[in-house]
Design a protein around this ligand. Structure first.
Ligand SMILES: *[C@@H]1O[C@H](CO)[C@@H](O)[C@H](O)[C@H]1NC(C)=O
Ligand SMILES: *[C@@H]1O[C@H](CO)[C@@H](O)[C@H](O)[C@H]1NC(C)=O
Ligand SMILES: *[C@@H]1O[C@H](CO)[C@@H](O)[C@H](O)[C@H]1NC(C)=O
Ligand SMILES: *[C@@H]1O[C@H](CO)[C@@H](O)[C@H](O)[C@H]1NC(C)=O
Ligand SMILES: *[C@@H]1O[C@H](CO)[C@@H](O)[C@H](O)[C@H]1NC(C)=O
Ligand SMILES: *[C@@H]1O[C@H](CO)[C@@H](O)[C@H](O)[C@H]1NC(C)=O
Ligand SMILES: *[C@@H]1O[C@H](CO)[C@@H](O)[C@H](O)[C@H]1NC(C)=O
Ligand SMILES: *[C@@H]1O[C@H](CO)[C@@H](O)[C@H](O)[C@H]1NC(C)=O
Length: 436
């Protein structure tokens, strides 16, 4: 109530907002009111203080504040900040178009949580043809910053239960699940400090977006139902993105840890920790007939990968009805794997096709200038002594592939083995054919 009065005072002096009334339970605090900012936990050394907006919080998991949130984002747009306070929960039960953003900060200290009304979300969402993706909301525009110690909660359990036994890449699947955070047509997006919890599907998907950075983020998906584990809860995916940086981040989920997809360029990853994941994967790309996909210029350094299916992997589609493209100039350096099924993988025979079909319809995605440097630790032994499996399509270009300082022990015995098939030139380590 107190802030209402302050807000009203501000509104009378700020021309642009003078016509906008403050909705119930909300407030707008002027940047110079340090005392009021401090009271709501918004005043900090690290960030310049801004016109700061608060909205009412939810009283229960079904108390939908989507309208308040949308109002808050509009009120904070053009130079302000929306604060979601510590200890408070904000429940979103309606799809939101946030494509209008321009110079905004969202300080997330509390919990921003989606309803798990599956029937509603499967009818009301934003749809992307790429891998039939849907999302609760779309963030677009420029200079968007999300920071704080709070949680963005996808409330995934009901989705995990509902999807049990289904497969996302099954062409007949129509049980779509929302992505937790999606940007489209955005420039300069930064996310810092927050936790992203239990996404129903992929956690982050950036589309037509430039200059994204994530720092100090924790991504976690878990199920309390042993017969319905989280699926396809990838940490990071991208499509048509230039400039993607992920640093000092931890990911504990059941699918790809970090996985840029078609047309992602200038990728930087440093100090990433992945538990129980399908690894740091470039791709898959080359999925759609007649479509050219590129992944280029990626630097991946100091990554720890525990208890996963893959470590460092590059994957491209092959088969009778696929696309083309290239993965070029990728460096994986200082990669620590433990208990990982397939620590190093080049796969030009994705997805689910056998060697005969792959040879008949080879991938048309080139893999060039790919370095794996100082990859160490242990495999799980699932693939016997094989710790690196480099399989190129017979007809595709696969060149400039180098391995150096590979020291991965397999519990199945030593020495551990690197297999190579269809690769041009010397990879720098002893390598045998998988059929040997
Ligand atoms: C992308 O956003 C800009 C403004 O930032 C807008 O002018 C343009 O129409 C948008 N493009 C698409 C395809 O939505
Ligand atoms: C766990 O998931 C299975 C598979 O969907 C479902 O049949 C079962 O009801 C779920 N258990 C609980 C406690 O929700
Ligand atoms: C590597 O990343 C880990 C986090 O996974 C961090 O603790 C460690 O300090 C980093 N090492 C270097 C040399 O930066
Ligand atoms: C990593 O995952 C394993 C399960 O595979 C779990 O037991 C362990 O606690 C996780 N490690 C951390 C540090 O969270
Ligand atoms: C990748 O970029 C190419 C060239 O601009 C474009 O033709 C193709 O459609 C893009 N791929 C996807 C999946 O959007
Ligand atoms: C390869 O990618 C790195 C970034 O990882 C970049 O600095 C370098 O310029 C690229 N090399 C070429 C030849 O483009
Ligand atoms: C793949 O390599 C072949 C042979 O060098 C080249 O002709 C083709 O343009 C390359 N494809 C792409 C998408 O770079
Ligand atoms: C490989 O897959 C194709 C297409 O599914 C199938 O027709 C063929 O029998 C398979 N070949 C082998 C050797 O399994």
């Amino acid at each position: 109530m107190k802030f209402l009065a302050i807000g009203a005072l501000l509104l009378s002096t700020v021309g642009a907002m003078a016509t906008e009334h403050i909705i119930k339970g909300a407030s707008i605090i002027p940047a110079k009111d340090k005392g009021a900012l401090k009271k709501i936990g918004a005043h900090g050394q690290k960030y310049a203080d801004r016109r700061t907006v608060t909205i009412r919080s939810s009283k229960s998991d079904t108390d939908d504040i989507a309208d308040d949130f949308l109002w808050g984002m509009k009120a904070a747009n053009h130079g302000g900040r929306l604060v979601l306070q510590k200890g408070k929960k904000y429940v979103i039960g309606k799809k939101l178009d946030l494509s209008f953003l321009d110079n905004i900060e969202v300080q997330l200290e509390g919990e921003l949580k989606f309803t798990d009304d599956i029937e509603y979300w499967q009818k009301n969402n934003f749809y992307y043809a790429f891998q039939k993706s849907i999302t609760f909301w779309v963030w677009g525009g420029q200079d968007i910053k999300i920071f704080g110690k709070g949680t963005l909660n996808g409330n995934g359990q009901a989705w995990y239960n509902g999807f049990a036994g289904l497969e996302i890449l099954d062409s007949t699947n129509t049980y779509y699940r929302p992505i937790l955070f999606l940007t489209d047509n955005a420039t300069r997006v930064s996310v810092e400090g927050i936790t992203q919890l239990n996404s129903p599907c992929w956690t982050n998907f950036f589309v037509r977006t430039n200059d994204v950075s994530f720092d100090d983020v924790f991504i976690n998906a878990y199920s309390t139902n042993a017969s319905a584990l989280p699926k396809n809860t990838d940490g990071f995916d991208s499509l048509n993105v230039d400039g993607l940086s992920v640093t000092n981040t931890r990911v504990d989920i059941g699918d790809d840890c970090f996985s840029p997809k078609p047309n992602t360029t200038n990728i930087f990853v440093q100090n990433l920790w992945c538990n129980n994941t399908h690894g740091v994967s470039m791709g898959s790309i080359g999925q759609y007939p007649g479509v050219e996909d590129i992944i280029e210029n990626a630097w991946i350094e100091n990554v720890t990968l525990l208890n996963g299916q893959n470590g460092a992997r590059i994957k491209a589609w092959a088969g009778p009805d696929v696309g083309f493209g290239r993965v070029n100039n990728v460096t994986y350096k200082n990669i620590h794997v433990e208990n990982t099924d397939a620590p190093i993988v080049l796969d030009q025979c994705y997805f689910n096709i056998n060697a005969t079909t792959c040879a008949e319809y080879p991938s048309a995605v080139n893999f060039t200038n790919i370095k794996f440097e100082n990859v160490y630790g242990t495999s799980s032994g699932k693939n016997g002594k094989v710790v690196a499996d480099l399989t190129c399509s017979p007809d595709a270009v696969c060149s400039g592939i180098t391995l150096a300082d590979i020291d991965i022990a397999s519990p199945s015995g030593s020495p551990s083995v690197v297999t190579c098939d269809g690769i041009d030139g010397d990879v720098g380590v002893e390598c045998q054919s998988s059929s040997a």
